[in-house]
Design a protein around this ligand. Structure first.
Ligand code: AKB
Length: 326
C-alpha cells in the first residue's frame, strides 16, 4: 500500500465517489482519504471506514478548512450537477460545476497541491460533433449547461497546467453503470434504473427511445481509468483534462434484450421525455486512441460481461433485502 498521499474526494457520496473512495482508501490507507459530501447522507461504510466531512464546494472556506486540516495533497473533484438536473436548474449547475471547480483549482494552486482530478464527460460534445468514433480533437459545442461547464472545465484545468504548473488531469466519462449507488440527474441513468427494475421483477419504462445509442462504461473500468490516468507518467501525456475513454456502446433496446437473456420475463417499454433531446446531441461511439497511446487505457467490460455482473450483484442484494439504501 502506498501511504504517501493525503487525498480529498469531493462528491464522495455520489455514484462514482462512493466506489472511488473505497478504492483510494485501499490504495493509500483509510485515514489518508477524506470523503466529502454535501446534501446526501453518506452510507455507514463510507462514514465509518475513514474521515468524512461536509463540504459545499461553492464555499471556498469549506475546501480550505478540510485541505488544511488533513494536509491534503491530492483532490478528486467529483461534486457536480449532471445533465438533466442542470437543464432544470442552469444557475445551480453553473455555480456548482464552475464555481466549485474554480475554488478547487485555486485552493490547489495556492497550496501547491500535488494533483487534481477533474472529470469531463461525453456531454462536452454537441450535435455538430461527429457521432460515430467521436475524435479526441473535434467540435465542442454542447447544448446543455452541464456540457458547457464540462468544456469550460477542461479548458480551465488545462489553463492551470500551463499557467501554474499544477498537475490537473481529467477524462470524458461516458455514462457510468454501477451496482452500488444509483446515479441521479443524468441522461444515462436509465442504464442503471433498468437493472433495478429487472431484479425486482418490475416492468421498466425507459425515458429514451429504444434506438438511442450512447457510450457507456462499467464502474470497475471507470475506477481503473481514473486511477491509471492519475498514476500515468506525466512525460507521456500530451493531453491533460479531456481524454476520450470508451468501453461499450449500445441502444436502450439492446440493453433490454441482453437483460432478457438472464431474466426472460423482463419487459421494457419506451416513453421518451426531455432527456431524449440531450441524448440525441451526444456521440454514439468514442475514439479513445489518445488515451490508449498516452497512458495505456483499455476497457475490460463489454455489454455481455457488464450485464451478467450487474445482475449477480443486484440480485444478491435483492435477496438480502439490501437493494435500496435505508
Ligand atoms: C449524464 O448523463 O449527465 C452523465 C454524463 C454522461 O456525464 N452520466
Amino acid at each position: 500500500m502506498e501511504n504517501a498521499r493525503r487525498v480529498l474526494v469531493t462528491g464522495a457520496v455520489g455514484q462514482i465517489g462512493s466506489e472511488l473512495t473505497p478504492a483510494l482508501r485501499a490504495r493509500y490507507g483509510n485515514e489518508n482519504v477524506v470523503a466529502a459530501g454535501h446534501r446526501t447522507k453518506p452510507s455507514a461504510a463510507l462514514r465509518e471506514a475513514g474521515p468524512f466531512e461536509t463540504v459545499d464546494v461553492t464555499v471556498r472556506a469549506d475546501l480550505e478548512r478540510v485541505v488544511d486540516h488533513y494536509a491534503i495533497d491530492t483532490v478528486y473533484h467529483l461534486a457536480a450537477i449532471l445533465s438533466a438536473t442542470g437543464e432544470r436548474s442552469p444557475g445551480l449547475a453553473w455555480s456548482v460545476n464552475m464555481g466549485g471547480l474554480y475554488n478547487v483549482l485555486e485552493v490547489a494552486r495556492e497550496r501547491k497541491l500535488r494533483q487534481v482530478f477533474v472529470p469531463s464527460s461525453i456531454a462536452a460534445f454537441g450535435p455538430e460533433t461527429p457521432r460515430e468514433r467521436t475524435p479526441q480533437e473535434t467540435v465542442l459545442r454542447p447544448r446543455t449547461i452541464y456540457g458547457v461547464t464540462k468544456v469550460a472545465g477542461e479548458l480551465l484545468g488545462d489553463y492551470y497546467v500551463r499557467r501554474y504548473g499544477l498537475d490537473v488531469r481529467g477524462l470524458r466519462y461516458p455514462g457510468i453503470i454501477s451496482s452500488e449507488t444509483p446515479p441521479s440527474g443524468g441522461t444515462t441513468d436509465y442504464a442503471v434504473e433498468i437493472f433495478y427494475a429487472a431484479v425486482e421483477g418490475k416492468r421498466y419504462t425507459c425515458f429514451l427511445r429504444e434506438d438511442t445509442v450512447l457510450p457507456m462504461m462499467y464502474m470497475p473500468d471507470c475506477i481503473k481509468a481514473t486511477l491509471d490516468l492519475m498514476e500515468a507518467d506525466p512525460a507521456g501525456l500530451r493531453h491533460r483534462c479531456d481524454f476520450n475513454v470508451a468501453a461499450m456502446s449500445f441502444s436502450a433496446e439492446e440493453l433490454a434484450l441482453e437483460i432478457q437473456k438472464h431474466v426472460p420475463s423482463f419487459v421494457c417499454d419506451y416513453r421518451p421525455d426531455s432527456r431524449q433531446a440531450i441524448a440525441d446531441s451526444w456521440p454514439q461511439t468514442i475514439d479513445d486512441r489518445a488515451a490508449r497511446a498516452e497512458w495505456g487505457w483499455k476497457a475490460t467490460f463489454d455489454l455481455e460481461a457488464m450485464t451478467a455482473d450487474m445482475l449477480v450483484h443486484l440480485g444478491a442484494r435483492y435477496k438480502k433485502g439490501t437493494l435500496w439504501p435505508r
